[in-house]
Design a binder for this molecule. Structure first.
Ligand code: TEU
Length: 535
C-alpha cells in the first residue's frame, strides 16, 4: 500500500448472501453459512467482504427492496449474528462493507404504508415522489420516465377512500418507491442509518445507484428515454449528499469508506464523485463492459487511470457482479463486450475460450493499480446459468420485460462447495436450481488442484499481497511488445503481460515467472493468456 488507506489496493470479495452458503438447510444462504465460510475467504486471501443487502426485505429485488435499514433479514439471521460476522471477520483481518440503498426502499417499509394511508398532500407523501396523473382523470403517468427494469416508472395507488389516486415514482420495480431526497427527513434518516452500522463496526458502504438520488426539478419529461442526459441520474445535487456522508465516515477514528455504484458514460463526471470530501472509490464499469480486445482495453485502462489520478482516487476493477452476465460466458462469445441488452440475445458462448480469457483477465485486473472486486463464484470459474426454467426465475427484470430480458438470476445461482450433484454442499434445496454439471467446479474439487481457477485466484491474491509494487500505485505501459499484447510494469521489478493476439509471443526479459494463467509453450506466452514476471 502506498499512502494511508487499506481500501486503495484492497481485494474485496462480493458475497450475495442468498446464494453463498446455507447454514440452516432451508435452501437460502444465510449468515450462519457465511460464518462457516469465513476461513475459506481468509485462505483465499481477500482483504474485505462486500455483502449485498442483508436487511429485512420482501425480496422483490433480491433485497434491494429494503423494509428496515436497521435490522437483518430473518431468512439470513439476526442482528446479533451480523455483529458476530463483523467481529469474526475482523479477527481474521477481513473488513466488512455493506450495501446501502438510498434511492428507494421497499413498499413494505413503514414509511410507504404511512404515505399511502395518509393521502394526497400529507407530509408522509413528501418522503416519496407522489404526483397526480395526467389525462382527464389522472389515468396517465405524470411523466414519460421508464423503469430501469422495463415499463413506466410510475404506479398508481388507490386512495384511502377507495378511488384511483396519485402515482408514485419508482426507477426500479413498482415495489421499490423512490425516496425524495429534497426532504430533510430522508437525509437525516440515512445519516442515522450510516451511524447505526458504523457503530456496529462495519468498515464501509457500497452505495446503490449512487448517481440517482436527485431528480430534475419539476420532474420533466425525458426527451429520449434511451439516451442521456437522464433527468434522474448524475444531477449536481448528489454531491452535497456525499459530502455530508463523508463527514460522518471521517468522524470515526479508523478509516471507514464508501464505494459508489454508478453507471456513467463520462469518466470526468464519474471522477467528480471521487474527491477527498466525497466517495473513496467507485466501480469502474467501463472496464467491465469493454470487449476482450487489446486496443480497447488499453484505452479504457488509460482513460480510467487518467480520470482517477487528478483526484488521487484508486481505480476499482471489477469483472462480474450480481447484475451482469458472468464473464466466463461473456468472454466466450463472438462479441465480448457487455451491455444489459445482451441478455435478450443470449448469443452462443464457448466456455473453454471464455474460461481461458477469464483466467487471463483475473491476472490483468489483479495487476492493475487500485482495488479489485471478486464476485462469489468467479474464483471457481462459474458460467452464467442461462437455461434456468422460466418458472424459477425471480428477477423483476424478467417479469417486467415479460421474459424478453431473462434477467439476472443466471449469475445468482447458489455456490457449489462439494459433492457431485446439487446442492453441492450449499445446504438445502437451493432457491435457484444448480446445473447438473457443476461437480468439477466445487471448492472441494478445485482446492489444491493444480491449474484450477481457484488455485489461480488464491496464488494471485497471495502474490498480490506480498508484492510491494502491486495494489495501489502507478503503472507504466511497455512499448517493446506487439500491439495486441498488453504489457506493463508496476514499480521496479514487476511486469504483467497479457497476450490478446492469436499467436504465442516471446516474454520480455525477466528474472522469474511468478504466475501464468496457462502453461507456457516453450518460453512463449500462448494466446489469451497472461503472465506475471519478476523483471
Ligand atoms: O443496480 C443498478 C442498475 O441500474 C443496474 O445495474 C441494473 O441492475 C440493471 O439496469 C438491470 O438490468 C443496482 C443493484 O446492483 C441491482 O441489483 C438492483 O436491482 C438495483 O440497483 C436497484 O436497487
Amino acid at each position: 500500500e502506498t499512502g494511508a488507506g487499506w481500501w486503495r489496493g484492497a481485494a474485496i470479495y462480493q458475497v450475495y448472501i442468498r446464494s453463498f452458503a446455507d447454514g440452516d438447510g432451508d435452501g437460502t444462504g444465510d449468515l450462519a453459512g457465511v460464518r462457516a465460510k469465513l476461513g475459506y475467504l481468509a485462505e483465499l486471501g481477500v482483504d474485505a467482504i462486500w455483502f449485498n443487502p442483508w436487511y429485512p426485505s420482501p425480496m422483490d429485488d433480491g433485497g434491494y427492496d429494503v423494509a428496515d435499514y436497521r435490522d437483518i433479514e430473518p431468512a439470513f439471521g439476526t442482528l446479533a449474528e451480523a455483529e458476530k460476522v463483523i467481529e469474526e471477520a475482523h479477527t481474521l483481518g477481513i473488513r466488512i462493507i455493506i450495501d446501502i440503498v438510498p434511492n428507494h426502499c421497499s413498499d413494505a417499509h413503514p414509511w410507504f404504508a404511512a404515505a399511502v394511508a395518509a393521502g394526497p398532500g400529507s407530509p408522509q407523501r413528501q418522503r416519496f415522489w407522489f404526483r397526480p396523473g395526467r389525462g382527464e382523470h389522472g389515468e396517465l403517468p405524470p411523466n414519460n420516465w421508464q423503469s430501469r427494469f422495463g415499463g413506466s416508472a410510475w404506479t398508481r395507488v388507490t386512495e384511502p377512500d377507495g378511488t384511483p389516486g396519485e402515482w408514485y415514482l419508482h426507477l426500479y420495480s413498482s415495489r421499490q418507491p423512490d425516496l425524495n431526497w429534497t426532504n430533510p427527513e430522508v437525509a437525516e434518516e440515512f445519516e442515522d442509518i450510516l451511524r447505526f452500522w458504523f457503530n456496529r463496526g462495519v468498515d464501509g458502504f457500497r452505495i446503490d445507484v449512487a448517481d440517482g438520488l436527485v431528480k430534475a426539478d419539476g420532474l420533466p419529461d425525458h426527451l429520449d428515454p434511451l439516451v442521456g442526459p437522464f433527468p434522474y441520474s448524475d444531477l449536481d445535487g448528489v454531491h452535497e449528499i456525499y459530502r455530508s456522508w463523508r463527514r460522518i465516515a471521517d468522524s470515526y477514528p479508523d478509516r471507514r469508506v464508501f464505494v459508489g455504484e454508478m453507471w456513467l458514460p463520462d469518466p470526468e463526471r464519474f471522477a467528480m464523485y471521487l474527491r477527498p470530501d466525497e466517495l473513496h472509490s467507485a466501480f469502474n464499469f467501463d472496464f467491465l463492459s469493454c470487449p476482450w480486445e487489446a486496443d480497447r482495453l488499453r484505452e479504457v485502462i488509460t482513460a480510467t487511470l487518467a480520470a482517477h489520478a487528478p483526484v488521487n482516487a484508486p481505480a476499482t476493477w471489477v469483472l462480474s457482479n450480481h447484475d451482469v452476465t458472468r464473464h466466463v460466458t461473456r468472454y466466450g462469445r463472438a462479441d465480448t463486450s457487455f451491455s444489459f441488452a445482451d441478455r435478450q440475445h443470449r448469443a452462443p458462448t464457448d466456455p473453454v475460450l471464455g474460461t481461458r480469457r477469464a483466467r487471463a483477465a483475473a491476472l490483468l485486473t489483479m495487476a492493475l493499480p487500485g482495488g479489485v472486486y471478486v464476485y462469489q463464484g468467479e474464483e471457481l470459474g462459474l458460467s452464467e446459468v442461462e437455461d434456468l426454467p422460466d418458472e424459477v426465475r425471480q428477477d423483476p427484470v424478467f417479469r417486467r420485460t415479460a421474459g424478453r430480458d431473462i434477467g439476472r438470476d443466471g449469475c445468482r445461482v447458489p455456490i457449489p462447495w462439494s459433492g457431485d450433484r446439487p446442492p453441492y454442499g450449499f445446504g438445502g434445496d437451493p432457491w435457484l436450481p444448480q446445473p447438473a454439471g457443476w461437480g468439477p467446479f466445487t471448492v472441494a474439487r478445485q482446492t489444491d488442484e493444480p491449474g484450477s481457477m481457484l488455485e489461480l485466484y488464491r496464488r494471485a491474491l497471495h502474490l498480490r499481497r506480498e508484492h510491494p509494487a502491486l495494489g495501489d500505485g502507478v503503472m507504466r505501459w511497455r512499448a517493446d511488445l506487439p500491439d495486441e499484447v498488453l504489457a506493463f510494469d508496476r514499480g521496479h521489478g514487476f511486469t504483467c503481460v497479457v497476450n490478446l493476439s492469436a499467436e504465442p509471443v516471446d516474454l520480455p526479459a525477466h528474472q522469474e515467472v511468478l504466475l501464468t494463467s496457462q502453461p507456457l509453450a516453450g518460453a512463449q506466452l500462448p494466446p489469451d493468456a497472461a503472465a506475471w514476471l519478476r523483471t
